[in-house]
Design a protein around this ligand. Structure first.
Ligand code: ATP
Length: 303
């Protein structure tokens, strides 16, 4: 298990990460979300001891520096990929393997896993963004680690690549590993992650199950089809809910289907349909991070 306690980092006058504490549990994928510049990469570097800062991160009770052959415990993919300019992809991995006492045969295994076996002798500097990303993922998997920390691993991957990565990470978590992964692809995160850590301007905004994050956003609605709208609407509004009329339907925010059903019963209104619609992860994320967005674009006058 990963346990991060009180992580913090200041660059000049910028408090990039501020007192972040969270856990990443074995057997699950934990998504790490936050707007641009919110401190995700800095947090990951702190977790791996690559940046000096406040707090501590332990892996089953040991800090990264205390692990012998860390690649065999924690596999990491960070934004900057230090590939050797002239070394072949396979040799790059062989060198990492040797430094961590990992068998050479594992190199071919991971190249196969990430779909780079046919270009094993290619030079990473000639790789496309997606191929470079796959090589970085191969390096993270090299030590067959029980913990993975991946910063934007889907960057540059095509749709098939993203689907492949999703299956891979779910499979690895299913084997009991702890997977911590940042991404801006919220639809992807919605189907990949079990738990979330959501930050804004370096501070924790939400931490817990994806389903709780979405339901706590309060953005879900209930669609009510009724021939007795005039009778039912005041009873729903009396619950403190708001109603938007859509043809012969009432779209209700701020009340559950159960509450609406009870209200309908108490005023004798007939219900033809009562359908709940959950918020999307994107809607919940935008709601949670709206005020902590650091960089806000404008659609302006594009003409
Ligand atoms: N080496 C550095 N020197 C100075 N400031 C830095 C440095 N690295 C990051 N920062 C600042 O720290 C803050 C957090 O940056 P970080 O890269 O961790 O965010 P992020 O959430 O990973 O962003 P993105 O989603 O855009 O990749 C930003 O304000 C950034 O400008």
């Amino acid at each position: 298990m990963i346990k991060a306690v009180g992580l913090g980092k200041t660059y000049g006058s910028t408090r990039a990460v501020n007192d972040l504490s969270f856990e990443v549990h074995p057997g699950s994928v934990t998504g790490f979300l936050g707007p641009n510049g919110s401190g995700k990469s800095t947090t990951m570097r702190l977790m791996l001891g690559l940046d000096r800062g406040d707090g501590a991160t332990t892996y089953d009770g040991r800090t990264f520096a205390e692990l012998d052959h860390p690649m065999r415990h924690v596999g990491a993919l960070l934004e900057a990929k230090p590939f050797h300019p002239t070394r072949h992809a396979r040799n790059h991995l062989r060198m990492l393997a040797a430094a961590n006492r990992i068998a050479d045969s594992r190199v071919d295994q991971v190249m196969e896993m990430v779909g780079l076996a046919t270009v094993a002798k290619g030079k990473p500097k000639k790789f496309s963004l997606g191929m470079g990303q796959r090589l970085g993922i191969a390096a993270a998997l090299l030590g067959d680690p029980d913990t993975l920390i991946l910063d934007e691993p889907s960057n540059g991957l095509d749709p098939q690549g993203i689907q492949w990565l999703r299956s891979l990470l779910k499979h690895l978590a299913g084997e009991g590993r702890s997977v911590f992964v940042s991404s801006h692809l919220l639809q992807e995160m919605a189907v990949l992650a079990d738990e979330l850590v959501v930050i804004g301007r370096g501070k924790m905004l939400a931490n817990g199950a994806v389903s709780d994050f979405i339901s706590h956003s309060g953005l879900g609605t209930v669609e009510v089809r009724t021939p007795d709208g005039a009778t039912l609407a005041p009873a729903i509004e009396a619950l403190g809910a708001t109603i938007v009329r859509d043809g012969d339907s009432l779209v209700v925010s701020g009340a559950t289907a159960e509450q609406i059903g009870e209200a309908a019963h108490s005023v004798g209104a007939r219900l033809h349909q009562l359908a709940t619609r959950d918020a999307t992860l994107e809607e919940a994320f935008l709601e949670a991070t709206g005020l902590s967005e650091e960089f806000r674009g404008s659609t302006g006058d594009l003409a």
